[in-house]
Design a protein around this ligand. Structure first.
Ligand code: NAD
Length: 340
């Protein structure tokens, strides 16, 4: 069993912790919290060990939270730490992981140089084999890479041009905006998402533009992909249909928006209403000569979870990418094909 701990039990950390609990080859040692907020209480209620900074033990115990040890204890007793602390905080923890000689998975909010490799399971699993520090790319980059690497099975991808409509905040974030504006992110081109894709697909010609929209549910991507040969809509749909971690939304189900995609997740009883797959609108797939066009939605809170699990396996030497992806998919209920 791989002993895994999670530093930072927020949007990503809590989902990765739940996913670790579902793996047959992993044991969740516990999670680290710095503030005794509702997430610390829910972790405790779920029977998850809480580790906190030495100086915070009293504060947690005063509100009735039982502490299993310090963050240092947690790191020392882990084979792999998944760092899901806020943007830039992970880099500050790297020294602790290094001093304790422990492997760590970082998230997309960290600069790429925090790790030996930036990771996307469908694109470069083998590059993470036995590495000490791996960075799972951001939610938007994970979706871009899953889509582009899958499309590579249709024909060689020569060029990608994309527009990203970003959710402004996660549902729990009460202080973020905008609440009534569309904001270029940034107002210069290309946006950083293209550069992030290039940390994995180094030679790809990709340009992205992004705007922030006042929504909390999902991102939406509008992609234009140029291939080295003529492509057909049928070939592209075939690849999407046969790629677990990508699902198709068909128009006859009358799911026409991110709100309705999440309603389907609720109706299907998915844990936390999560959609861990890229959700492609089937009717948006259009081809013209060497070009393809597609629109898909991205559930930012959960899409990186399976990649975190596969990264842990790769770093601990499990060298069968297909089996790792299969185990992750089946334990987390991840689908391919039509969602309904
Ligand atoms: P979050 O704010 O929801 O959670 C962060 C957690 O870390 C919270 O529990 C917070 O209390 C804790 N924390 C804060 N300071 C800490 C410290 N010094 N030490 C330990 N824990 C600390 O953040 P998140 O959205 O889960 O983001 C975590 C990482 O995942 C970031 O790199 C982010 O860019 C990346 N990411 C986020 C999303 C998303 O949509 N939320 C998607 C993909 C990747």
């Amino acid at each position: 069993m791989i002993r895994v701990s999670v530093n930072g039990y927020g949007t990503i950390g809590k989902r990765v912790a739940s996913a670790i609990l579902a793996q047959p080859d992993m044991k969740l040692l516990g999670v680290a919290k710095t503030t005794p907020n509702y997430e610390a209480f829910t972790a405790s209620k779920l029977g998850i060990n809480l580790y906190v900074p030495e100086s915070s033990i009293k504060e947690f115990e005063e509100v009735g939270l039982k502490i299993a040890g310090t963050v240092e204890d947690m790191v020392r007793n882990s084979d792999v730490v998944v760092d899901a602390t806020p943007n830039g905080v992970g880099a500050q923890y790297k020294q602790l992981y290094q001093l304790s000689k422990r492997k760590a998975v970082f998230q997309g909010g960290e600069k790429s140089n925090v790790a030996d490799v930036s990771f996307s399971a469908l694109c470069n699993y083998s590059e993470a084999l036995n590495k000490d520090y791996v960075r799972v790319v951001s939610c938007n980059t994970t979706a871009l890479l899953r889509t582009i690497c899958s499309l590579g099975k249709v024909s060689k991808v020569q060029k990608v041009r994309g527009t990203i409509v970003r959710r402004a905040a996660d549902p729990k974030e009460v202080k973020k905006g905008p609440i009534n504006s569309l904001v270029p992110d940034p107002a210069s081109v290309p946006s950083h998402h293209a550069k992030d894709v290039n940390t994995v697909l180094k030679d790809l010609d990709i340009v992205t533009m992004a705007i922030i929209a006042p929504t909390t549910l999902m991102h939406m991507h509008l992609l234009n992909v140029t291939f080295s040969t003529k492509v057909s809509r049928e070939d592209i749909l075939e690849v999407f249909k046969n790629t677990p971690r990508i699902i198709l939304i068909r128009s006859k189900t009358k799911v026409n928006s991110t709100a309705e995609i999440l309603e389907v997740a609720r109706d299907l009883g998915r844990p936390r209403n999560d959609i861990l797959e890229v959700a492609v609108f089937e009717d948006s797939v259009y081809t013209s000569g060497n070009e393809a066009f597609v629109m898909y939605a991205v559930h930012q809170e959960s899409i990186v979870v399976p990649e975190n699990i596969d990264a842990i396996r790769a770093m601990t030497g499990f060298n069968d990418v297909d089996t790792s992806i299969k185990i992750t998919n089946s334990t987390l209920g991840i689908r391919g094909g039509y969602i309904i």
